[in-house]
Design a protein around this ligand. Structure first.
Ligand code: G4P
Length: 529
């Protein structure tokens, strides 16, 4: 197959949701359709189980699974689909944000009973800011939940989306009869027993036909007719360009557990979802069909075996072909590197591959050269944008608890930060090290991994920080900037990239600082123009 055809047939996306909405179940059903797995229950959930005996043991278990489920690839209808796993647990939100830099589109799963939940709001906001095309799947229609129109309203209000339903439920919960597919103009009847089989579809070209009453009963048929009329009155027409530009979001209803409404979602997805998209580097916009390979690291996974400290760096291919054993430039280190065993991912297996194409993810064995956000090229000096750090939510001093192991401690901290487990800030005043994380769980992870993988021990000490703000160095020559640095010295730190960061101790002090130094720009993410 030609290079261009290989690119055209790739769809790389992520499924995002609040934990328990049904992301794992939906992923599994998609894989079943692709024939990539044979039975339900094959995809292991990587979520942190509630009430787990010990959090860090659970994290180790989860780390093991998440290597396997980081990328799940399968073929459907001649299309190569790459699903990138995004952890739902909020303490790993940063991981998910980074993964979103490598997807070309997303599917948002919402529980019909719970509606829009906190984690969904945060993740959708990131996608909206980046104009990532989104399809919404409202799940668990076999259960009692919110009224479809109310839920669509809620999605518009809380998520700021502009929705267009492409399917519509006929009843719900106990009375759930099926789904009318507005996109294909047919009906899927729900038997409640279609867990494995691909359900039968009945074409209904005209909703006024008596056939509909026979299928779902007169009452449900009339309700559906009214609802579909309302849908066409309220919601805009589906427009593919608007969807691709992130301005319009199609909505599907279904039940992942019952494998219901999933095929409709998948069929529409392969038809409308974007193929690999161009990506902005600091220097220029790079097109997938360019001949020369470029790609970037969006995730690093440490080896589970502490005796082998190699890691797997996940690279999204942006342009050109990635070939085994070909020398590539690691731009940040200005170093040529060759990879003799790049891994590609199929369903839950990884295999060594000779060639990969734009849209694909390859896993490269790494002994500590890569950092999240690094760019690889065939020689060109470009740096991909868009793997920013967000302000952590928790901050603690990290102290060395075993003075004989300080080298190991620093190496461990360094590598864990490169993996993106947490962020490190070094105080300007006294050089003390502060670890910032999205969730409290990460402190346990770090302590556990430092001890088990690096033989180092640490303790933590609380530190009162409300938010980390990256200080724009633009006006650094001005008197105002110099005064800011002098007066606020106690609150200033450097991040791992040596960028200046202001650690505000309260929202009040942040506000006062902004008022007092109006020309000093404080940013809530590490990347700004
Ligand atoms: P997540 O990855 O988004 O966290 O969710 P996951 O797929 O693990 O689903 C969470 C729970 O919701 C699971 O039940 C799952 O079986 C259930 N579920 C998913 N889709 C549907 C659906 O369409 N209808 C109904 N009724 N339930 C659904 P669990 O009891 O927490 O786990 P398990 O014991 O079934 O694995």
């Amino acid at each position: 197959m030609s290079f261009l055809k290989e690119i055209e047939r790739r769809r790389t996306f992520g499924i995002i949701s609040h934990p328990d909405a049904g992301k794992t179940t939906l992923t599994e059903k998609l894989l079943l359709f692709g024939g990539a797995i044979q039975e339900a229950g094959a995809v292991k959930s990587n979520k942190i189980k509630k009430g787990a005996t010990s959090d860090f043991m659970e994290i180790e278990r989860q780390r093991g699974i998440s290597v396997a489920t980081s990328v799940l690839a399968f073929e459907y209808d001649g299309i190569k689909i790459n699903i990138l796993d995004t952890p739902g647990h909020k303490d790993f939100a940063e991981d998910t944000f980074r993964t979103l830099t490598a997807v070309d589109s997303v599917i948002v799963v919402i529980d019909v009973a719970k509606g829009v939940e906190e984690q969904t709001e945060k993740l959708v906001e990131v996608c909206r800011m980046r104009n990532i095309p989104m399809i919404v799947f409202i799940n668990k229609m076999d259960r009692e939940g919110k009224d479809a129109f109310d839920l669509l309203d809620e999605i518009e209000q809380k998520l700021g989306l502009r929705v267009v339903p492409l399917s519509f439920p006929i009843g719900m919960g106990y009375d759930f009869k099926g789904i009318y597919n507005i996109w294909e103009k047919n009906i899927n009847l729900f038997s409640g027993d279609s867990r494995k089989d691909i359900e039968e579809t009945i074409k209904i070209s005209d909703l006024s036909s008596k056939e509909l009453d026979k299928l779902v009963g007169e009452k449900a048929a009339n309700t559906l007719r009214e609802e579909i009329e309302l849908v066409s009155g309220i919601y805009p027409e589906f427009n593919k360009d608007e969807y691709l530009n992130g301005k319009l979001q199609p909505v599907f209803f279904g039940s992942a557990l019952n494998n219901f409404g999933v095929r409709e979602l998948l069929d529409c997805f392969v038809e409308i979802a974007p193929k690999p998209r161009p990506k902005q580097s600091e220097e220029r916009l790079v097109q997938p069909k360019e001949n020369k390979f470029t790609g970037f690291v969006f995730k690093i996974h440490a080896n589970m075996d502490p005796n082998h400290r190699d890691r797997l760096a996940f690279i999204k291919i942006v342009s050109g072909k990635f070939e085994r054993n070909k020398p590539y430039l690691h731009v940040r280190n200005n170093k040529k590197m060759k990879f003799s065993s790049p891994n590609a991912f199929f369903a839950e297996k990884k295999e060594i591959v000779d060639v990969s194409y734009p849209g694909d993810i390859v896993g490269l064995h790494d002994t500590g050269n890569f950092k999240i956000g690094d760019t690889l090229t065939e020689g060109e000096n470009i740096n991909y944008k868009g793997v920013p750090s967000f302000s952590p939510e928790h901050f603690r001093y990290i102290n060395n608890a075993d003075p004989l192991k300080s080298k190991q401690l620093f190496k461990g901290i360094d590598q864990l930060m490169d993996e993106g487990v947490a962020q490190l800030f070094t105080l300007e005043l006294n050089g003390r090290k502060v670890i910032g994380t999205v969730g409290a769980l990460q402190y346990e992870v770090i302590q556990y991994r430092l001890e088990h993988e690096y033989g180092a021990k640490c303790t933590y000490e609380n530190l009162n920080v409300h938010k980390a703000c990256w200080v724009d160095p633009k006006n650094s020559k001005t008197d105002e900037f110099k005064e800011f640095v002098r007066v606020k010295q106690r609150f200033l730190a450097k991040d791992k990239q040596n960028q200046l960061v202001f650690l505000a101790d309260s929202s009040f002090s942040l506000q006062m600082t902004q008022q007092k130094y109006p020309n000093i720009k404080l940013h809530f993410t590490s990347e700004f123009d």
